[in-house]
Design a protein around this ligand. Sequence first.
Ligand SMILES: C[S@@+](CC[C@H](N)C(=O)[O-])C[C@H]1O[C@@H](n2cnc3c(N)ncnc32)[C@H](O)[C@@H]1O
Length: 348
Amino acid sequence: MDEAKLNEFMGKLVSDMGASAMLANVILGDELGLYKAMADSQPITPQQLADRTGCNGRLIREWLSAHVASGYMEHRDGQFVLPEEQALALAIEDSPVYAAGGVMVVASMFHDKDKLVAAMRGDGGLPWGEHHPCMFSGTERFFRPGYKTYLVSQWLPALEGVVEKLTAGARVADVGCGHGASTIVMAQAFPASRFVGFDYHAPSITTATQRAQEAGVSEQVTFAQSTAKDFPGDDYDLICYFDCLHDMGDPVGAAQHAYRALKADGSVLLVEPYAKDTLDENINPVGRLFYAASTFICTPNSLSQEVGLGLGAQAGEGRLREVFDAAGFTQLRRAAETPFNLILEARK
Ligand SMILES: C[S@@+](CC[C@H](N)C(=O)[O-])C[C@H]1O[C@@H](n2cnc3c(N)ncnc32)[C@H](O)[C@@H]1O
């Protein structure tokens, strides 16, 4: 036994326990509006924050202290500050780095522990729809800032000739659309185009339809319940998969269906979690987060469906290329990337 290694690991474990406990506090701050009440980054006393948010002053002081101990806030002379940078991540929903939604996804993993115990001891399957509700809204809130920031400004322009088609008026399918965040962002940018979002999870389709109404794009956008292997239509200019192909049981079958549904010169936009091809190359904070979430969410979802390929959230470009090759596509290239996403373009 190497005592130095033991101490090093214990330090890491205590730090991770602190991180998990902090995430529970982040959920409180999000739900109670505490971060938003501090978003101006002005110094505030615990009692002022309690008064502003209608919360208990003593508990607020403890919550603030946890944030200082975690490096999430600063304090001086009995006052606390949420620095501008932390406010971008925790308080400002439109900011490109807003991450509170991701914390909701992590929270769902604790809620769903018993279901995972059963899946682990059984066939490994846990369908998307059986997760705690905070997983659905958390996914939407986690991914939407990235779509708002990159989709229209960087990802679509990185595809061959797609922006021109969208501007002139194109037909687009957003497969595995969830709450429709990506569909709505595209519709707002390209009013001449028509978009249809498909997802096999009926409650997500209901929410996506509401979101389209709220955003005022209902004339351009429809949502329908359908699996990735049987959605209707055979003349799409663009078929998109945002962070969902690896969740599917039969991604090859899905890609074959897209091949048939796409026009001859159409494009597939495949957005997947950022990953390299091997575990050794994915040993980093992003790989850690995605493997851990994939154990609870993505891989069990795939195993609950036919074929059950179980790509996992760290499939990497090599395995995704095999999927599209097997489906008959002749071209697949990396169009763009961010720290969280690989953006691939496939053509017939
Ligand atoms: C991680 S979520 C991403 C949702 C959405 N694209 C987004 O970016 O916010 C994965 C989505 O894939 C959907 N899904 C999984 N398997 C599917 C299948 N076989 N056919 C259609 N949708 C599927 C789930 O219901 C879920 O909404």
